[in-house]
Design a protein around this ligand. Structure first.
Ligand SMILES: [Zn+2]
Ligand SMILES: [Zn+2]
Length: 203
């Protein structure tokens, strides 16, 4: 089934494990970033992506734009919004891509299907209906004009510093190593966050 899609999308599906509406949104957003920032795939331009949700869409951003948590050029802000800001390090050009609010108005019936599929007693039929619905959304997302799908504008963003190397300290309580800026003090001794939080919980 995936053979009809272009390679970028196929790679994203492989990376994410399935094709869903969220992945399709991330894929389309990546294409907008590629257009606006005039990225040539042959070059390895260094990008930074700031994403405002942690759903399926982000896997397409990672696969298409090469931004990842591990490389330090994927920054996650937990705002629960389908907004992607992509910055080119070499020329400071940045683009903010926000999913249009009217793209994803679900009907009552669609909401029912979703609720059923995610309930504890969901049947195979409920699941199948949900994936049929997903397929409908995917087709809609992939065929909608990118200008209607997103509100896109150029923005100025301070480029986040490159990933730094930090000293580490040993947590006095669990004996594990923790990078210094994340260490806390507990009873005057260095502590990792989990050990420090266990201590303060309930205060
Ligand atoms: Zn997904
Ligand atoms: Zn600890």
């Amino acid at each position: 089934m995936t053979s009809e899609y272009e390679k970028g999308l196929q790679d994203a599906i492989k990376f994410h494990g399935h094709l869903c509406a969220g992945l399709a949104i991330g894929y389309m957003a990546s294409k907008v970033a590629i257009d606006w920032l005039e990225l040539k795939r042959s070059q390895d331009e260094e990008l930074v992506a700031i994403v405002e949700s942690d759903g399926c869409a982000i896997d397409a951003i990672q696969s298409m734009l090469g931004c990842s948590i591990g490389k330090g050029n994927l920054i996650f802000r937990d705002y629960g919004k389908m907004v992607f800001t992509v910055i080119r390090r070499d020329n400071n050009k940045a683009v903010r891509i926000a999913l249009s609010a009217d793209v994803f108005k679900r009907s009552k019936e669609e909401n029912m299907i979703m609720k059923k599929a995610f309930s504890d007693d969901a049947t195979e039929d409920d699941q199948r209906k949900f994936w049929d619905l997903q397929q409908k959304w995917i087709n809609k997302i992939l065929s909608t004009d990118k200008n209607k799908l997103f509100h896109t504008k150029e923005v100025h963003v301070e480029i986040p510093e490159k990933a730094k190397i930090f000293d580490s300290v040993i947590c006095h309580f669990c004996g594990e190593s923790v990078m210094e800026p994340r260490a806390r003090l507990r009873e005057g001794k260095p502590a990792c966050i989990p050990c420090a939080e266990n201590y303060t919980r309930g205060w």
